[in-house]
Design a protein. Sequence first.
Length: 70
Amino acid sequence: MQQAQQQIDELEMKLAFQELTVEELNQEVIKLNRLMATQQQQIQLLIGKLQAMEPSNMASAAEETPPPHY
């Protein structure tokens, strides 16, 4: 009977440790989701800024005349 109680106590301790670990991992997942959402917003902002930029005054490669040695 003593051994059974000891095994039950061990299992209860392991369960408590696992519950704590699961909660800590859950908090990390929540933080990473927030970080990812922030980064996605920043990327969308950058995309918008890049699309709003005026085209460059430089000619494209297709419009460039070849150098004189060709």
